[in-house]
Ligand binder design. Structure first.
Ligand code: 6PG
Length: 236
């Protein structure tokens, strides 16, 4: 299992610049080695700052990157809570990305289980190997220790066969679509991006091996695990 590398930046603005450079370098290395880079994006609000910087990254091999999601809310793509909408507004609207390289989850489908099965079928088509191995996975961290839409106590945490599930999230009163732990842990590179003092206790709990939470279950079997934090999230 990879040992987590942790980088701390004084300010959020510097965090996003540093994470964008690492993101770009990882994509360039994947394209050099495998001719393509397949990314699974995080949602929520923190990635906004990263995506705005990435959109200006001239070094990013845009024509060789395919954009997937690690999770999605059960809302239409134009809904303010949509992770796809957030990426469209902050990244794809300003970058040379062909529509066929953008692979959103079907948050609008009222049948979340069916949407999960469809996304799973899309991944199995795109990744012929037994387990999809994303070149890069971007993850965030909730104050409760969730990551993607793998929440504490969720049955989805025990899944070892499916690639995509649609767990009911009681605290949100909605279904979510999420990749499963085996998929995340197959990734070649995983980047956690965490900003803000409110996350500091959970960051410490995860990195110091405190009481188990979903984010601690992100352990790439043959890949790198990196945490990008601002000083506030690092409790500095
Ligand atoms: C989501 C995300 C989720 C997010 C954390 C942190 O769909 O909400 O995938 O896992 O990364 O909740 O969210 P913030 O960046 O908004 O704090």
């Amino acid at each position: 299992m990879a040992i987590a590398q942790v980088q701390v930046f004084a300010q959020a603005s510097e965090l996003f610049l540093g994470a964008a450079a690492a993101f770009t370098d990882t994509c360039l290395a994947a394209v050099a080695a495998r001719g393509r880079c397949r990314v699974a994006l995080a949602g929520g609000s923190t990635p906004r700052g990263l995506f705005r910087v990435l959109a200006q990254e001239a070094r990013l091999p845009w024509g060789a990157v395919d954009w997937y999601w690690g999770d999605e809310r059960q809302v239409p793509p134009e809904h303010p809570d949509s992770n796809y909408r957030m990426a469209r507004e902050t990244l794809f609207a300003f970058a040379p990305v062909a529509p066929e390289r953008i692979h959103p989850m079907a948050g609008a489908d009222p049948d979340a289980a069916a949407a999960a099965l469809r996304y799973e079928a899309e991944l199995r088509w795109a990744f012929p190997e037994p387990w999809p191995r994303f070149d890069l996975v971007l993850l965030g961290l909730g104050t409760d220790g969730h990551t993607a839409s793998l929440f504490p106590g969720s049955p989805a945490l025990a899944e070892r066969e499916r690639l995509v599930l649609a767990p009911w999230v009681e605290k949100l009163g909605q279904h979510r679509l999420t990749l499963t732990l085996p998929v995340f842990n197959q990734a070649a590179s995983i980047m956690f991006l965490v900003s803000g003092a409110d996350k500091a206790p959970m960051v410490a709990q995860v990195l110091d091996g405190g009481p188990p939470v979903p984010a601690q279950l992100i352990r790439p079997v043959a890949g790198e695990l990196r945490w990008f934090l601002d000083a506030a999230a690092a409790g500095a």
